[in-house]
Design a protein around this ligand. Structure first.
Ligand code: F6R
Length: 611
């Protein structure tokens, strides 16, 4: 999705902006641009393509110590030079970058055109530049406020103006923006990654908040210009962990590969200091709930999108099994549209890698607006969802760059297991079962490493699967969300049609599609359903459907003809994550075999910050 970076201080802005944009490249974009205020006013350079292309074509005279930059993900109008941000007013004195969507852009464009303004791009953003230019307020803050008053929709915006060269004015409504504090220099970004090399002292703007940024500081205020007095905080993050994610410093074929292989250490990090062997429980200080409040929970509702939703389903099973609390997961993107009933004794759990997914954020806001309690399982520290929640569990997966989420999802599962354990132990889960789970969790990182070590064999199986135009991924109960996540990964990077089904539902319809051309990947945990699962596999092979079975080495498949993928066994409640890992590698190697750009899958972006 789109990215914003801004700089004001004693250095030349353009190189810093371009470097920041490079660090936002992983979000997905199709064009990039920068604007600086120099001696002769606002200068803009922008074009379709990579940040590298923009850097190569930057005009030689592009000096200025104040500037804004942007990577664009096309929403209004195609990816071309004109539609790239920054956008300017007719006189070229105002420049604006914008993330989000302006809902009433069409009406505003018409109104501006009726007033004689010539719009040059197809974008919604351009109207902001013209509206700022049209305001007669005395200050830039007043002019931005006037422009925003006309706008419906979501935005993170940054504005510079040749008549106010000592400042950048920014505003947030539904699209993340942070202000970074340096030494006599200040930054703006939509994502910490863009500025983390320069500062980790930041202020996160809230929705409806604006800020003025000068070289020496910042002030925050609401749209009615009353001050909000926000202070910067220093985040507990390691800037080097972002450096390690830069393309020139990794030794893998892609970010996804790097991140899959980081999973053993990532899992260790999310567990660190959170397991209590003696009492067979977990300690999650960030939940902000005492034992009495924890016991009062009658239901758990998990909200997430895409893969986070599927891991949420795994989490719901864990909570039901270990804590015996009714739990389910729902797609956050649908939740608020059905005017949900929010119950006071339900614990709502938002799960998100980025912490910025707008659908999940809006679901959290819906719960809170109706008085519900929400905790977050979030990877990005200080992100919008993390800040909006009443408490939570940080996932400590480290920066995740690849669009296809892997290590963050594994840590989400572990986070749910910790939550389920803690909830279970203040209720009826026995100390013996608690200790059993603690020991199982301690084993996970090593077992994850064992599965990753099978990469070569998995690559070969993936090559065969990649040939099929269409595949099924099946599983039941604990195995079903695993199948859903497996199908999701496969389709998003290999572009093959991969459909997840409950194994038990095959006979109610989809068996009609099973044929030698349609392989099935079946997830078969070693649990109480093993015999039924094996029975269903016969139904597939009887129709000459090629079969890959992801299971455990001690599972007897009888005379089922299948390619086996064996993963180690853990406690049955924790097995789903082990069964998920080979599916990541299958998707990855199928996509490689087909020659796709794995880190930049078509039509997908890393953080989905628009509805
Ligand atoms: C799939 C994938 C997406 C995300 C989803 C939620 O590999 O990455 O389906 O899981 O967009 O993103 P977050 O977790 O950032 O809220």
């Amino acid at each position: 999705m789109c990215g914003i970076v801004g700089y004001i201080g004693g250095q030349q802005a353009a190189p810093l902006l371009l470097e920041g944009l490079t660090r936002l490249e992983h979000r997905g974009y199709d064009s990039a641009g920068v604007a600086v205020i120099g001696g002769s006013g606002v200068k803009v350079a922008k074009q379709a393509g990579r940040v590298r292309d923009l850097t190569d074509h930057l005009p030689r005279r592009f000096a200025g110590k104040v500037g804004i930059g942007h990577t664009r993900w096309a929403t209004h109008g195609p990816a071309n030079d004109v539609n790239a941000h920054p956008h300017t007013d007719t006189d070229g004195r105002v420049a604006v970058v914008h993330n989000g969507i302006i809902d009433n852009a069409a009406a505003l464009r018409k109104r501006l055109a009726d007033d004689g303004v010539q719009l040059v791009s197809d974008t919604d953003t351009e109207v902001v530049a013209h509206l700022v230019a049209a305001s007669v307020a005395e200050t830039l803050e007043g002019r931005v406020r006037d422009a925003l008053a006309a706008i419906d929709g979501t935005y993170g915006i940054a504005v510079v103006h040749a008549d106010f060269p000592d400042r950048i004015v920014v505003a947030r409504n539904g699209s993340p923006l942070i202000v970074g504090v340096g030494d006599k220099e200040m930054f703006v970004a939509s994502d910490l990654a863009a500025i983390v090399r320069h500062t980790t002292t930041v202020a996160h703007l809230d929705d409806g908040e604006l800020a003025t940024i000068t070289a020496t500081g910042f002030t925050t205020f609401r749209e009615d210009l009353t001050a909000t007095g926000k202070q910067a905080i220093t985040l507990d993050v390691d800037p080097a962990s972002y450096d390690a994610a830069l393309p020139d410093q990794w030794g893998h074929a892609s970010f996804m590969h790097k991140e899959m292989l980081e999973q053993p250490e990532a899992a260790e990090r999310v567990l660190r200091g959170r397991l209590d062997e003696r009492f067979g429980t977990a300690h999650l200080g960030g939940l902000n709930m005492d034992a009495r409040e924890t016991r009062a929970i009658r239901r758990v509702k998990i909200l997430g999108c895409g893969s986070a939703y599927y891991v949420g389903q795994m989490g719901a099973s864990l909570i039901e099994e270990l804590a015996r609390i009714p739990a389910d997961a729902e797609a956050a993107s649908e939740f608020r549209y059905r005017d949900p009933v929010i119950e006071p004794d339900t614990l709502y759990v938002a799960v998100s890698q980025s912490g910025e997914t707008i659908d999940t954020l809006l679901a959290v806001q819906e719960v809170r607006r109706k008085g519900g309690r929400v905790i977050g399982l979030v990877n990005v520290v200080g992100s919008a969802i993390a800040r909006e929640c009443d408490g939570g569990i940080y996932l400590h997966a480290g920066p995740e760059v690849a669009v296809a989420s892997t290590k963050a999802l594994t840590n989400m599962f572990v986070g749910f297991a910790l939550l389920a354990l803690q909830l279970g132990r203040v209720r009826d889960l026995s100390i013996a079962d608690g200790r059993r789970l603690v020991a199982g969790l301690q084993e996970l990182p090593g077992q994850i490493a064992q599965i990753l070590a099978q990469e070569e064999d998995l690559a070969e199986i993936a090559t065969g699967l990649a040939e099929a135009e269409s595949l099924f991924f099946v599983g039941r109960v604990r195995g079903f969300p695993v199948a859903r996540e497996g199908a999701q990964k496969f389709k998003e990077i290999s572009y093959r049609h991969a459909e997840a089904y409950q194994t038990s539902e095959l006979k109610h319809g989809p068996l009609a599609l099973i044929s030698p051309d349609v392989p099935t990947v079946a997830v078969v945990p070693h649990d109480e359903l093993i015999d039924r699962n094996v029975g269903a596999l016969h139904e597939i092979t009887a129709r000459r459907g090629p079969l890959v079975v992801v299971t455990h080495d001690d599972v007897d498949l009888g005379d089922v003809v299948a390619t086996r993928i064996d993963v180690p066994r853990n406690e049955r409640e924790l097995d789903p994550i082990l069964l998920t890992l080979p599916l990541q590698l299958l998707a990855y190697h199928a996509a490689r075999h087909l020659g796709h750009d794995i880190d930049k899958p078509r039509n997908l972006a890393k953080s989905v910050t628009v509805e």
